[in-house]
Design a protein around this ligand. Structure first.
Ligand code: FUB
Ligand code: ZN
Length: 668
């Protein structure tokens, strides 16, 4: 394959977050992801709206914040310093902005914008990115090193940067974190535009890293203090076909816990294959597990997979919030002991919820089990999108499950990792909907879209109509199919199968069993009482020779559900939470005349779903609310409780109408 054809194959196979090998003779994920570019999301639909906001609000805002907060100035100063030094002038004393990873906000915003360009061509946006890349390119040192926090003032770099390259990488310089985000963004930009401009910059930095870090003379073994380079280099290997990038990613992972640094914070307390508990900084952890999955898939090393499976069980069984949030503690922005899941102080960084999506997606691609997508979906609809306002213009960094009104969305942060991660994540969401293996099409997420892909090398296209997550009705119309058997594998979500998470951390306590029904061309499929036993890895399989115009209709009952936490979670004892479909609900001050923190409900409380328009900055957003008659109890003595009308809103929609009390868990 030539470089260019490899790139085309990769852009076809790899989604924003997925590594899938192009060559069949090399190890890769057994299941191939269908990239977001093959999925056209309907305008006005749940995700269509989110992507529109990303295009119209979030990404323009992030670019303007990068400019306003001197993130571009960092690159300009680095370029100026190199010029001045070459002319013998050492008089300048440039100072970097607050964090040595501020460059990554520029990269992540370009990445998100590049994903958008792939579905919404925009010459103006392309030209703007090109102008930013001129600024970035000028900051690159002649040997490829690109880290403005040092280059702009090598004698006095950022305090976290260390006196020389890589000396503080393991403790906080973020030189390799910057590399990782640069590579991910550069690949996206190449795939969107065909221009090698950014890709070549990233390759030069990656080559500099490979030359200087590794085994053997003249190199030193250093591992990323903040993981992400592992996933990025695995992707760069796929794009370029150059094995050295995969070897470098593997070298990083194999040496975690074996260098001088040993600290749970960055998961260096033990060699990675000996780890079995989710510990430390949650974003670092999630990115590391994702990198382990990529390297395992591309090298065939199962020891990584066994380790991630153990860690995943611990995370899902003992350390995950109902919202799919991970990382309960603000102290380390990360995990705390098993079952320690505080609500008010729950950290649940937006980036960590995104990392949770990355890990579970990769586990699915490895094993084809729907339980991973169940976790992914829970994180996506709750912990991730609570991180961005309904209008796309304000953000949460932590996403707690309870508030006294001290939490407020903001249009940017000094440490802006979350908004810029939202920039790159939202446009890639359609890439989590489908996957292909042999003659099977996995239907993982449900939203209104048109899929155009190929199965066993033959074109396949399907239209999906649904209002999910507002209701559980889906209509799939085949538009093109090969004349051979194709198996549609439709995920039956955990919330339909009475499983909150694939663990005993939470359970439904209302005695309800949601029903499902399926029809093919209007004819109902008879469902046995124990239909769950007929599922394969959580999927309902419909295999036949599909013809154009044929229709599959799927219905999931979407009753309001009451959830309890495992008794080991002290914070949730005596409390229940409410869900409907994939959405976790919360009670917020603005909808209720009583203090929501004193709400009392029971597994028998009858909720009715209703539509409500929530107005944010003059624009209204339709949400489904839940109304019920409940109690308010100030005293703890239920005899004194008084009746009250309770309204719940989806958790993702909280904190749009000023500050006040909010809670996910309510007294039982
Ligand atoms: O260190 C880079 C990013 O900044 C982390 O992922 C976030 O948690 C924030 O600390
Ligand atoms: Zn973040």
């Amino acid at each position: 394959m030539t470089f260019r054809t490899t790139i085309l194959a990769i852009s076809f196979l790899a989604s924003a977050a997925t590594a899938a090998a192009a060559d069949n003779d090399k190890p890769s994920y057994p299941i191939a992801n269908v990239p977001f570019t093959s999925v056209k999301t309907d305008e006005g639909s749940f995700w269509g709206e989110r992507i529109r906001q990303s295009r119209e609000v979030t990404i323009p805002l992030a670019f303007s914040k990068c400019e306003e907060t001197d993130r571009y100035t960092n690159f300009k100063n680095a370029a100026a310093k190199m010029k001045e030094s070459a002319a013998g002038d050492e008089s300048s004393n440039y100072r970097p902005t607050s964090f040595p990873f501020d460059d990554t906000d520029v990269y992540k915003t370009i990445e998100g914008a590049s994903y958008l360009l792939q579905t919404y061509p925009d010459a103006g946006l392309e030209a703007y990115i090109d102008s930013v890349l001129n600024i970035v390119a000028a900051a690159q040192e002649p040997d490829g090193y690109l880290y403005t926090a040092r280059t702009m003032n090598p004698a006095h770099p950022h305090p976290w940067s260390g006196p020389a390259r890589w000396t503080a990488e393991e403790s906080g310089s973020h030189e390799l974190y910057n590399l990782g985000h640069m590579v991910e963004a550069a690949i996206a930009h190449y795939q969107a535009t065909g221009s090698r401009k950014f890709l070549d910059i990233a390759i030069r930095y990656a080559d500099c890293v490979c030359r200087e870090i590794g085994y053997g003379e003249g190199r030193k073994v250093v591992v990323p203090g903040h993981q992400i380079a592992e996933m990025a280099l695995a992707k760069l290997y796929l794009v370029t076909g150059d094995r050295k990038y995969l070897d470098e990613a593997r070298m990083f992972l194999d040496n975690k816990g074996k260098t001088a640094r040993k600290d749970e914070y960055d998961q260096s307390h033990l060699p990675v294959i000996q780890q079995d508990e989710a510990v430390g900084h949650a974003v670092r952890a999630g990115y590391m597990y994702s990198g382990m999955a990529d390297v395992a898939a591309l090298t065939g090393d199962v020891s990584y997979i066994q380790a991630i499976e153990r860690i995943w069980k611990n995370m899902v069984g003992k350390k995950m919030y109902l919202t799919g949030g991970i990382g309960s503690s603000g102290r380390n922005e990360g995990f705390s002991p098993n079952y320690d899941l505080p609500n008010m102080n729950g950290y649940c960084e937006t980036c960590a919820a995104i990392a949770n999506v990355y890990v579970n997606h990769r586990m699915f691609l490895m094993q084809g089990k729907s339980e991973y997508i169940d976790v992914l979906e829970r994180a996506l609809y709750n912990g991730v999108i609570s991180g961005v306002s309904l209008d796309g213009g304000e953000f949460f960094y932590p996403n707690p499950l309870e508030s006294h009104g001290q939490h407020k969305r903001q249009s940017w942060f000094g440490c802006a990792c979350c908004p810029s991660n939202i920039c790159r994540f939202i446009p890639s969401v359609p890439g989590y909907a489908y996957a292909v293996k042999d003659n099977s099409l996995y239907v993982n997420l449900f939203f209104a879209n048109t899929l155009t892909t190929s199965i066993e090398g033959r074109p396949f296209s399907m239209k999906v109509e649904t209002s999910y997550p507002e209701d559980g009705d889906m209509k799939f119309t085949i538009q093109k199919a090969p004349s051979r058997d194709i198996a549609l594998r439709i995920r039956i979500p955990g919330w339909v199968r009475n499983q909150v998470l694939p663990s005993d951390l939470y359970s439904y306590c209302d005695g309800i069993k949601p029903g499902i029904s399926l029809k093919v061309n209007g004819k109902a499929i008879e469902m046995a009482d124990d239909w769950e036993n007929g599922l394969e890895n959580g999927y309902y399989k419909l295999e036949r020779k599909w013809k154009k115009g044929e229709v599959v209709e799927v219905h999931f009952d979407m009753p309001v559900r009451i959830v309890k936490a495992n008794g080991a979670v002290v914070e949730d004892r005596g409390k229940v939470a409410v869900e409907r479909g994939p959405l976790v609900y919360c009670a917020e001050w603005a909808d209720n005349s009583h203090n929501v923190l004193h709400t009392v409900i029971s597994p028998d409380t009858v909720f009715t779903a209703a539509k409500m328009e929530m107005t944010v900055k003059g624009r209204s957003y339709g949400i489904t609310v839940l109304n019920a008659e409940a109690l308010e109890d100030w005293s703890g003595n239920r005899a004194n409780a008084r009746k009250t009308q309770l309204r719940l809103i989806p958790y993702y929609a909280w904190a749009h109408r000023g500050n006040g009390n909010m809670t996910v868990w309510m007294n039982e």
